[in-house]
Design a protein around this ligand. Structure first.
Ligand code: BDR
Ligand code: CA
Length: 311
């Protein structure tokens, strides 16, 4: 299996991504989960990460708290999407498993330093603060990364937090720039892809029909999470943004995209956090990311439901 670190701000869709990874041990080995401030404050995202591990009966997965604020910018959160706790919907017990004492950034640095070159995959599902901080503190770890597969950005679908920007990139554009400029192989799951994987009623029913604590919790999470997109965009259901990252590691054939140049806007107040993606190759700037544009949505949901059933 591929060795991965999940960097996350749960978030219902982050939670489903973690569950998909834990249900797929043949393909991915979760070395640890690092929490970051994003959808809600760090105190809640690290707690939510532990709640999800316990839901999957995996209290053995080490969970670390990382950065509590973006690089040089005030935190913007998304309670309007995820609810007050960040994980509104199901009624899950407070976690008993401990939070690791080590800082999430130190865990990332140490894990990469102790690994052979090109053997660890980073899976950022929130603002890129932890990853960029680790790269800044320890540039020697960059060559240890096999691939960064992240959820963030948008091209045709443009913004969900401002007209120009997607939430994860907007919260910490400076961090995003460091990551996109790092030279690591990067695969991006932008809104263009994630707005195609919608939890319609039959798909939600399929989660519930699993008849397990995990199936019920995922159905309840996506019930809550769909409100925002339904009201705002008339969407047919909750978009499962972050699980696309994990699905790609298991079934890359479900996704299609282009290897292109992507630059991050870090200055303009109007378009801060925009992913300026050269989809049509109109510049000669070098390609730095595999930017996905399409997904086999039914294939994605078949995979997800089957893996959740294993937990
Ligand atoms: C991203 O922002 C968060 O609200 C979600 O968890 C996802 O990572 C979508 O823009
Ligand atoms: Ca997220």
């Amino acid at each position: 299996p591929r060795k991965i670190i999940i960097d996350t701000d749960p978030g219902q869709d982050d939670a489903v991504a973690i569950l998909l990874a834990l249900g797929s041990p043949d393909e991915v080995e979760v070395l640890g989960i690092t929490a970051v401030a994003g959808n809600v404050q760090l105190a809640l995202t690290q707690k939510n990460a532990r709640i999800v591990c316990e839901l999957a009966n995996r209290a053995d997965v080490p969970v670390y708290a990382g950065c509590e604020a973006p690089m040089g910018r005030t935190l913007v959160t998304a309670e309007h999407v995820h609810g007050k706790t960040g994980l509104d919907g199901p009624d899950l017990p407070d976690p008993v498993m401990p939070l690791q004492a080590e800082h999430g950034v130190d865990f990332i640095i140490e894990t990469l330093r102790n690994a052979p070159s090109g053997t660890i995959t980073l899976c950022p599902l929130g603002p890129l603060t932890n990853i960029a901080t680790a790269f800044k503190q320890a540039p020697d770890i960059i060559e240890k990364v096999q691939e960064i597969v992240l959820m963030g950005g948008a091209y045709f679908e443009v913004g969900n937090i401002t007209p120009a920007a997607e939430f994860n990139i907007y919260v910490d554009p400076q961090a995003a720039k460091i990551v996109f400029d790092s030279g690591c192989p990067i695969t991006v799951m932008p809104l263009d892809v994630t707005h195609k994987v919608l939890v319609t009623k039959p798909r939600n029913d399929a989660f519930r029909a699993l008849g397990t604590p995990v199936g019920t919790a995922v159905a309840e999470m996506t019930d809550f999470f769909e409100r925002f997109d339904k009201e705002k965009y008339g969407s047919l259901g909750a978009p499962l943004h972050d699980p696309c990252v994990i699905a790609y590691l298991i079934r890359p054939d479900l996704f299609q995209g282009r290897h292109i140049n992507v630059e991050i806007e870090t200055q303009s107040p109007l378009t801060l956090g925009m992913t300026v993606a050269d989809w049509w190759g109109v510049t000669d700037r070098p390609a730095n990311a595999m930017f996905m544009g399409d997904v086999d949505a039914q294939g994605f949901f078949d995979l997800l439901t089957e893996r959740l059933a294993r937990l």
